[in-house]
Design a protein around this ligand. Structure first.
Ligand code: CAA
Length: 405
């Protein structure tokens, strides 16, 4: 039987993250955002809450919760600020879950365990200055020399670029296949900041997610030991797409939290502000915007819950996760625009949080697969141009899932 109730554990998690975010981050987020400042003190606090290894099994230092828990945490974090959810997306979704699924036991011990405990922070590097949507268009190369790969190239729009210790990097290990853009020539590598030839920087001129760190990194003949190849040589594209299946899930759940934040702020303001002698919530056109936020919130939530449920069962969910990501990020843009509208001129001032929501929501309509990429993917599934074939490594199903509730 399908169960729409969250477990007591999930509810406790939601409450814990909500209380922590409200107490520790909400009071200072406006100031951090205004100052374009990432606060590194947030990371140990998230680690203490178990969030940085939330759905990593306990034997690898994680909290051992399921994938629904990852969604719950992402939703609550983005309710406070998108920058918090982004940490979950890159550290847990894109990086750690890829090591959990594709890594050797040695890689899990060296990287997954410290990442799940939060003593090392991780991110992901696929996008480059000249290749975003066209993931096969990247230029970074990895040349095998004896027992090492020598990596050269530049990655762009990397969340936590100046913060992370560890980077999951996609590069061409087969230069003949690079010429043909044959994705079986791409490989994935676990790269450490401290490797010689690695450098990073922060992007200064973005206009959203200002309390988050976004940047680039460069690899100037970085020597990576062969044992840091993730998966097999030639599996890099699959690993990148697999990683995005998990990252997009956190983006979908996060956007759902942003819609809820827009809804709650709008409801509060509509009951506080009066025009023409009544609370503005009495006006039908304001009601319409608030009702739309509620419908977008509920639909988005159901979509990410279904995707998390499939993950718990160990079933492929690329299509469902893509749909959740597409729908909820587009809906969050609508909700944030309407939240500013409900607030009128006050929405245009940073005295209220809705302007920040409006700036923050747009990134997710672009990163981890643009709205257009996701539309095309959904159509391609229906038209039979795209099917999901099983890969060598899948996300491990959650062991004590539904039956334990
Ligand atoms: N899991 C496992 N394997 C997968 C997969 C998945 N989700 N998706 C595809 N594959 C496999 C396929 O099965 C295929 O292998 P076989 O031939 O052996 O079956 C292989 O990968 C190639 O797949 P496709 O033919 O589907 O690849 P494509 O070139 O048609 O993909 C695309 C096109 C879907 C548009 C893809 O390029 C894409 O998703 N682009 C968007 C990339 C994106 O989201 N980038 C943002 C990254 S975020 C970042 O880097 C910044 C940061 O801060 C983190």
């Amino acid at each position: 039987m399908i169960d729409f109730d969250l477990s007591d554990e999930h509810k406790l998690l939601e409450q814990t993250v909500r209380e922590w975010g409200g107490r520790e981050v909400t009071p200072k987020i406006g100031e951090l955002d205004r100052a374009h400042k990432f606060d590194p003190k947030i990371l140990p606090q998230m680690a203490d809450l178990g969030l940085l290894g939330i759905c990593v099994p306990t034997e690898y230092g994680g909290a051992g919760m399921d994938y629904i828990a990852l969604g719950c945490a992402s939703e609550e974090l983005e309710y406070v600020d998108t920058s918090l959810r982004v940490i979950m997306s890159v550290h847990v979704g894109l990086n750690s879950l890829s090591i959990l699924s594709w890594g050797t036991e040695d890689q899990k011990q060296r990287y997954l365990v410290p990442q799940a405990q939060g003593t090392q922070i991780a991110t992901f590097g696929l996008t480059e200055p000249s290749a975003g949507s066209d993931a096969r268009g990247i230029q970074s190369v990895a040349i095998k020399k004896g027992d090492r790969y020598v990596l050269s190239g530049e990655k762009m729009w990397i969340s936590l670029a100046d913060v992370a210790d560890n980077f999951l990097v996609i590069a061409w290990s087969d230069l003949e296949k690079k010429k043909q853009k044959d994705p079986s020539g791409l490989s994935a590598f676990l790269v450490e900041r401290k490797f010689k030839g690695f450098s990073s920087g922060t992007l200064k001129h973005k206009w959203g997610i200002l309390a988050g760190n976004t940047g680039f990194f460069k690899m100037d003949e970085v020597e990576v030991p062969a044992e840091n190849l993730l998966g097999r040589e030639g599996e890099g594209f699959k690993i990148a797409m697999f990683a995005l299946d998990q990252g997009r899930f956190t983006v979908a759940a996060g956007a759902t939290g942003l819609i809820r934040a827009c809804r709650d702020a709008s409801v509060a303001y509509a009951k506080e502000r009066k025009t023409f002698g009544v609370e503005i919530g009495q006006h039908q056109l304001v009601k319409e915007m608030i009702a739309q936020m509620e419908s977008d919130y509920q639909a988005s939530r159901l979509l990410w819950l279904r995707s998390g449920w499939l993950k718990n069962l160990g079933r492929r969910n690329t299509k469902e996760t893509g749909l959740a990501k597409w729908f909820s990020t587009v809906a969050s843009e609508r909700a944030a625009g309407d939240a500013v509208q409900v607030h009128g001129a006050n929405g245009y001032s940073d005295e209220y949080p809705v302007g920040r929501f409006y700036r923050n929501c747009k990134g997710a309509v672009i990163y981890e697969g643009t709205r257009e990429i996701h539309k095309i993917m959904q159509a391609d599934y229906l038209l039979g141009y795209r099917t999901d074939r099983p890969t060598r490594c899948e996300l491990p199903p959650y062991k004590v899932s539904v039956a334990a509730r």
